[in-house]
Design a protein around this ligand. Structure first.
Ligand SMILES: Cc1cc2nc3c(=O)[nH]c(=O)nc-3n(C[C@H](O)[C@H](O)[C@H](O)COP(=O)(O)OP(=O)(O)OC[C@H]3O[C@@H](n4cnc5c(N)ncnc54)[C@H](O)[C@@H]3O)c2cc1C
Length: 446
């Protein structure tokens, strides 16, 4: 078994490390998909010169360790968003995210990566409780009005279940026998009593983010070789914030940045201070709650590109209420990918595998696959990655409320691929001087 993601199996071009003092117009800290997409947006939409820095390799963070499901979605429940921000602002937020999905597809076309992001041909969601099934229907009805995909809904035909259904929901689903529900989900596990199914291409695709980032950089290099530099293996330990410029400290010197864009996801192993007061600037670090997620792949037996997710409200999987699997044919074999186990860290997340969490996750994967499909696969890759969730459940895209030369494109990273792209375009617009209406993604005031 390989203890790395399959996205990291290929060797890509390397970049030098920071070895001396430097000055830069714009520094992007973090070369994952958020940083690389922000680089693209700045180079194509502004005249700025940019330095992109990472403590490891390009796309070596969550981007290189995720499940690769590009999906146009915001993690916070849509009815909650409407309640908090109103229908119009919520609609605009989804429009922005949907435009990120389109931009991601277009970018793949532009850089000639036609096979890296292919929408799934079908998808299914399984539910073990009436409550989560109805919640999903409710959310999907609202999301459809805001431009989302339409699903078909099936519920187990049983008197006991029928008695739990409020009448206003009955137009939206059909009753099915238990074998029919299990067959819609392709599972043998009889605890599923409802399904949401989509049998047409869906706005979800699986992509290799490492390949995408490196190809995008190569493309930018042919167009703008003079306007950007990349430094890998260059950890920034301390950032001193100032109105005129920020000072970024690395092992071999300092970097002076007129503008700084943090694309650092859930990593918070660096200190940020206000240069004048020498006080810690905890605004970002207090807001970010890192999570460690585990994933595995195994040789699949399906040739149909298909995505599945399972919502479990039962005691057996108390710690993993949400499981996601994707089947994507790739040559010469089809590879299935499974994810679900996550661990929350109130402090910085450890940079390496936690042995105990890895063992727990592996055990859970085996148990879940046996129970769900009656299979005992041999895993060929098993790995983990770090996500950063904000306290509001919303990504931060924009300028800091205190420093007008400090920017963010980060946070809320369980679903972060598509929002990274829409965020990058928004940052470039704002940095080129455009005034945009306020958004759900505006970083909160300090
Ligand atoms: C297990 C797992 C599964 C996921 N599955 C999905 C999915 O299916 N769909 C989806 O949309 N999203 C998914 N995500 C989330 C998605 O991967 C992320 O939202 C996205 O990749 C984040 O990109 P990023 O560029 O913001 O962060 P990253 O890719 O993590 O990049 C941040 C970079 O900042 C660098 N950095 C941090 N601190 C410093 C420092 N002090 N100095 C220098 N560099 C620094 C890091 O080295 C890192 O490379 C998943 C994440 C994980 C972990």
């Amino acid at each position: 078994m390989h203890f790395n993601s399959p996205w990291q199996d290929t060797n890509y071009k390397t970049w030098p490390s920071l070895t001396e003092n430097l000055q830069a117009e714009v520094v992007i800290l973090g070369a994952g998909i958020s940083g690389v997409a922000t680089l693209y947006a700045l180079l194509t939409q502004t005249n700025k010169k940019v330095v992109l820095i990472d403590k490891g390799r390009v796309a070596g963070g969550a981007t290189g360790n995720n499940a690769g499901l590009a999906v146009s979605h915001i993690e916070r429940p849509v009815d909650e968003l409407i309640h908090a921000f109103g229908l119009e602002k919520t609609r605009e937020a989804f429009q922005e995210i949907d435009s990120g999905w389109n931009s991601l597809l277009n970018l793949h076309e532009k850089i000639g990566l036609h096979d890296n992001l292919v929408p799934f041909q079908s998808a299914s969601l399984g539910f073990t409780s009436v409550e989560s099934f109805l919640d999903f229907i409710k959310a999907n009805l609202i999301r459809q009005k805001l431009g989302g995909d339409q699903w078909d809904f099936y519920l187990l035909d049983s008197e006991q279940i029928k008695s739990q259904i409020p009448p206003e929901f009955t137009p939206y689903f059909q009753y099915r026998t238990h074998p029919q529900i299990l067959s819609e989900l392709h599972v043998v596990d009889t605890s599923y009593m409802a399904a949401a199914v989509r049998t047409q291409p869906i706005q979800i695709g699986r992509m290799n983010g490492v390949r995408f980032c490196h190809h995008l950089i190569d493309y930018l290099y042919t167009l703008f070789p003079e306007r950007f530099t990349i430094y890998e293996n260059s950890r920034i330990n301390l950032i001193e914030l100032e109105d005129k410029h920020h000072i970024l400290h690395h092992a071999r010197g300092k970097l002076l940045a007129k503008e700084l864009i943090l694309c650092t996801n859930g990593y918070k192993h660096f200190r940020i201070i206000d240069k004048l007061t020498q006080q810690d600037f905890m605004h970002l670090h207090n807001a970010i709650i890192p999570r460690e997620g585990y994933l595995a792949t195994y040789a699949g037996n399906s040739r149909v590109p298909h995505a599945n997710a399972f919502f479990r409200d039962d005691k057996i999987y108390r710690d993993v209420p949400y499981w996601y699997l994707s089947q994507l044919p790739s040559h010469p074999h089809s590879i299935d990918l499974i994810g679900g186990p996550e661990f929350i860290y109130p402090t910085p997340c450890p940079e390496n595998f936690s042995e105990q969490n890895a063992e727990t996750s592996l055990k859970l994967f085996k148990q879940f696959l046996k129970q769900t499909y009656n299979i005992t696969p041999t895993f060929d890759h098993f790995w983990r990655g770090v996500m950063g969730y904000t306290q509001t459940g919303l990504r931060w895209v924009g300028c800091d409320s205190h420093y007008s030369n400090l920017w963010y494109n980060l946070g809320c990273n369980g679903i972060g691929i598509v929002p990274a792209i829409s965020g990058a375009y928004r940052i470039a617009k704002l940095m080129s001087g455009m005034t945009l209406p306020s958004s759900l993604f505006d970083p909160p005031a300090k």
